[in-house]
Ligand binder design. Structure first.
Ligand SMILES: *[C@@H]1O[C@H](CO)[C@@H](O)[C@H](O)[C@H]1NC(C)=O
Length: 226
């Protein structure tokens, strides 16, 4: 009887605990509480970037279960100031097509907060499944070799894009980005890794070169010491 009571307590206790943990998530769904990197200089973050990871934050058990996967595509992002110093153009290009976003910096004292301006265009927009993005972009981290942007449209979209100047980013850096999100209780419900095939090809090439050199050295050694 006592055991049954304990089991019941556990069963009722856990969902209560879980919902308490979920409170910050709903704040994020409304785009609240997303911290910005301070002191960014827009001019320093313009130019070409590569998409390293796309981290989904929406909690929808039917769509996302925390899965991690790699896709062979390697999107590039070209960020430019469009005319004035408060209008930004983000051009996203990958194998399957391209897309252009326009953003406005509402407040010059907060250059890491961008508001979408108008609709997106490009070939990827013509795909029937495309949902126009209407919302905000938060520059959450911007340092010389990488940047983290969080796209949020209240109750509709919430995901982050990890960008790097090269097609690869140190695993240590990626881990620290993910850890930071965990600390802030921003859930990561799916991890899509891009631009990975070129890195693995480079690794494979390096290994083959090493193997070839070793074989060659061994042959030379055997010949010399005959
Ligand atoms: C989007 O539209 C603008 C204005 O018509 C055009 O200059 C630009 O090239 C278009 N971008 C894409 C990716 O099609």
């Amino acid at each position: 009887m006592y055991r049954l009571f304990l089991v019941l307590c556990l069963c009722y206790g856990l969902p209560g605990y879980a919902s308490e943990e979920e409170t910050p998530t709903s704040v994020y769904e409304h785009c609240g509480n997303l911290q910005l990197q301070e002191n960014i200089q827009i001019k320093l973050i313009t130019g070409t970037w590569y998409v390293i990871e796309i981290l989904q934050h929406k909690t929808n058990d039917k769509l996302y279960n925390g899965e991690k996967f790699e896709v062979p595509t390697c999107p590039s992002v070209f960020l430019t100031l469009a005319g004035s110093d408060t209008d930004l153009k983000l051009y996203w290009n990958e194998d399957t097509g391209d897309i252009e976003y326009l953003f406005k910096i509402k407040d010059k004292s907060s250059p890491g907060f961008w508001l979408s301006s108008g609709s997106q265009n490009g070939t990827l927009v013509q795909v029937t499944t495309y949902d126009q993005f209407a919302g905000m972009v938060y520059v959450r981290k911007a340092i010389s070799n990488h940047m983290v942007l969080t796209f949020c449209s209240p109750n509709t979209q919430l995901y982050s894009v990890v960008l790097a100047r090269d097609k690869t980013l140190d695993a240590k850096e990626l881990k620290s980005i993910v850890n930071h999100m965990h600390l802030q209780k921003l859930p990561i419900t799916q991890t899509k890794r891009t631009c990975r095939s070129s890195a693995s090809t480079a690794r494979a090439t390096a290994w083959m070169t090493t193997a070839f050199c070793l074989t060659y050295l061994q042959a030379w050694y055997l010949r010399v010491h005959k």
